[in-house]
Design a protein. Structure first.
Lengths: 111, 112
């Protein structure tokens, strides 16, 4: 089983739709979680950290489910500019430098 | 805003050459990282450094070395470039463990 697993997609959605991605992780001791956005041939950019109680930033909502070992990203009112690959990142243990990256979920928002 | 700057966006080198990739960050971050990203494999850690002159091997250190003489600069060295080192190389930095990483623009390296 991969340490961090994502559905590669692509998820093709119309503008204005709501779309959600999940990311599962295998190490129950994982402490910190992040979502990054990566455009084609560009560097990953931090979208948001994921907090235990869940958090929201505008149209984006991130949640953590420790019991089932997954995090989720919900995008509401999708824009064309949201088209990108979304990477899930897990920091395995508090106090370590080990970050595990998922291979990403590709989103295409269609006009 | 955190700024992580990589010296080259695109680089073409020949097999057997010694290649230097430079990375500079301006936020006084303790930690710096070098990754490579290949299609279908995601980001893989080559080396990281948690302090000046300190370094730790990542998951794929073979064929690479690093240097951190100053806090803001972390260099990746390909001792003798080979074609299987053709990849996108990404430098990142962060303030401490469990903190989010900030990435440079990346260097697309082609070894011919």
């Amino acid at each position: 089983r991969k340490e961090v697993e994502q559905d590669p997609g692509p998820f093709n959605v119309p503008e204005g739709a709501t779309v959600a991605f999940n990311c599962t992780y295998s190490n129950s001791a994982s402490q910190s979680f992040f979502w990054y956005r990566q455009d084609c041939r560009k560097e990953p950019k931090l979208l948001m950290s994921v907090y235990s109680s869940g958090n929201e930033d505008g149209r984006f909502t991130a949640q953590l489910n420790r019991a089932s070992q997954y995090i989720s990203l919900l995008i509401r009112d999708s824009k064309l500019s949201d088209s990108a690959t979304y990477l899930c990142v897990v920091n395995e243990m508090s106090g370590t430098y080990k970050y595990i990256f998922g291979t990403g979920t590709r989103l295409k928002v269609l006009a | 805003d955190v700024k992580v700057t990589q010296s080259s966006r695109y680089l073409v080198k020949r097999t057997g050459e010694k290649v230097f990739l430079e990375c500079v960050q301006d936020m006084d971050h303790e930690n710096m990282f070098w990754y490579r990203q290949d299609p279908g494999l995601g980001l893989r850690l080559i080396y990281f450094s948690y302090d000046v002159k300190m370094k730790e091997k990542g998951d794929i250190p073979e064929g690479y070395s690093v240097s951190r003489e100053k806090k803001e600069r972390f260099s990746l060295i390909l001792e003798s470039a080979s074609t299987n080192q053709t990849s996108m190389y990404l430098c990142a930095s962060n303030k401490g463990p469990a903190r989010p990483q900030h990435f440079g623009d990346g260097t697309r390296l082609s070894i011919l």
